[in-house]
Design a protein around this ligand. Structure first.
Ligand code: ATP
Ligand code: MG
Length: 460
């Protein structure tokens, strides 16, 4: 992708003087201006997927700015178009905005004003093109195998390269990262890229299995091995033979069991409880931890020998706040996925939204970001697509909102989207939502919505 500041800007005006000044200002700021003296000439020169924005005068001989706006939006509804209006011509400016112009400039305007609207327009353009690209990529990938690691920062590229390399060799792996940093995802990615992909991926949460049953869960038992062992049981290790065992939350594995695990890792065979027979194991073990195992070993909470055995290949997973540059991309990715799943449009975010995302600390890391993106898609309209409000809400109650509350917000969101799509025309909205007028008005009242507020909406 281009650097945003070198992107093209089309300037359309019949006055040569305005074209020259605007073009100089844009060029000095690093943009690439393309000037046209008529709307017709600009339309003829417009390439598909034009990455920049368009600045056009409204009053021109031949095709005027408003007609140009409609024609451009017919070709690409997300193209940001900035219209230039005459001095004090408020009614034309309002009309332009209603017709879907991104913004307007009133003559005469200063260079700074031009650069400001152009910069914001370019940001929006980049986001919607990125959205389209992600959507296409997602569709292409839906059939492809394996989970995807999203991110473009150096740490993520290095991590992806490590995953690729590790998947091709026989080594046990320790994943170390805070909650929500992708330990599960990475473990599965290693498995699915490896030669073991057609064998089981067996995930065991060491913290969630009761201490008295974990041993037989992992290693299995023979009939009569202990009271209650009425049947032979095959353990997870044996089940996973040929594949991968994922030991999640390894830090919570009981010390007594750690000895046995160490033996399995070293000797590569497993004995069912109550059996003498050693069953050969061909597995890769991937362990994951949220805590510093070295410190735990030093404190005596984790066996040192097991720690050294596991620590041969360690992959540290970065916290989201250590790779903030990936936040907007990840957010969009999850928004597009959520929108696709529910058949909604993926809303774009503006620079203010991005700033809110970047300012947040993300203790729940990528999982927290994914949840927020999903809520933004499903409930965003109820919050006027204000990310700061959504984020505040999420912080104020760290609990997920109750089901009735989420349903309520979703309802508000759908009604608001429908009102916006139908420009506040009640009959159409009721038809679209499939509810009687009376119900509709009751719901408007309940949610504090007003159909009139949507009358001038420029949403398609
Ligand atoms: N780099 C990434 N790209 C895309 N999705 C990611 C990435 N990292 C994490 N995720 C997604 O974030 C969510 C949380 O990730 P995951 O469950 O792997 O975290 P975890 O480290 O196992 O967390 P916990 O310690 O709480 O179990 C998942 O939906 C996962 O798909
Ligand atoms: Mg996990």
């Amino acid at each position: 992708m281009h650097e945003p500041s070198t992107l093209p800007v089309m300037v359309i005006d019949d006055e040569p003087h305005l074209r020259i000044t605007a073009s100089q200002t844009l060029e000095l700021a690093g943009y690439t201006p393309h000037c046209f003296e008529s709307a017709e000439a600009a339309l003829a020169a417009l390439p598909a997927n034009f990455p920049g924005v368009i600045v056009s005068d409204i009053r021109m001989p031949g095709m005027d700015g408003m007609t140009l706006l409609h024609e451009l939006h017919r070709r690409d509804s997300t193209l940001p178009i900035i219209l230039i209006t005459g001095h004090g011509d408020i009614s034309t400016a309002v009309e332009a905005m209603r017709a879907g112009a991104w913004d307007f400039l009133e003559k005469p305007f200063a260079g700074d004003e031009l650069l400001d609207v152009v910069r914001r327009g370019i940001e929006k353009r980049q986001l919607s093109l990125e959205n389209n690209r992600l959507k296409a990529e997602l569709e292409a990938q839906q059939a492809a195998l394996g989970p995807r690691l999203v991110g473009r920062t150096a740490v993520i590229s290095r991590l992806a390269a490590m995953i690729q390399r590790i998947s091709q060799v026989e080594a046990d792996v320790l994943l170390f990262g805070e909650t929500g940093t992708g330990k599960d995802l990475v473990a599965r990615a290693i498995h699915e890229r490896s030669a073991r992909r057609n064998y089981p991926f067996m995930a065991i949460n060491c913290g969630a299995v009761p201490e008295n049953t974990i041993e037989s869960e992992l290693f299995g038992h023979e009939k009569g091995a202990f009271t209650g062992a009425v049947e032979r049981r095959i353990g997870k290790f044996e089940h996973a033979n040929g594949g991968t065992v994922f030991l999640d939350e390894i830090e919570s594995m009981p010390l007594a069991l750690q000895v046995k695990l160490l033996r399995v890792l070293q000797e590569r065979h497993v004995e069912r409880l109550g059996a003498n027979e050693a069953i050969p194991l061909d597995i890769r073990v991937i362990a994951a931890t949220k805590t510093d195992l070295k410190a735990a070993a030093e404190a005596g909470d984790f066996r040192e020998d097991l720690y050294y055995r596991l620590n041969v290949v360690t992959l540290p997973l970065p916290a989201l706040r250590e790779r903030r540059e990936d936040i907007p991309l990840l957010f969009q990715h999850f928004a597009v996925v959520a929108a696709n799943r529910s058949g909604l449009e993926a809303p774009t975010i503006d620079s203010q939204g991005i700033a809110s995302l970047l300012a947040h600390d993300w203790p729940g890391n990528v999982r927290e970001l994914r949840n927020l993106a999903e809520r933004y898609v499903l409930l965003g309209a109820a919050f006027d697509y204000r990310l700061d409000t959504l984020l505040e809400g999420a912080q104020a109650d760290t609990q997920e909102p109750t089901l009735p509350r989420q349903v309520e917000l979703f309802e508000k969101s759908l009604i608001s989207q429908s009102l916006s799509r139908h420009h506040g025309r009640v009959t159409e909205v009721c038809q679209h939502l499939g509810i009687p007028r009376k119900t509709f008005y009751d719901k408007l009242k309940k949610h504090g919505l007003h159909a009139d507020d949507y009358r001038h909406s420029s949403e398609p």
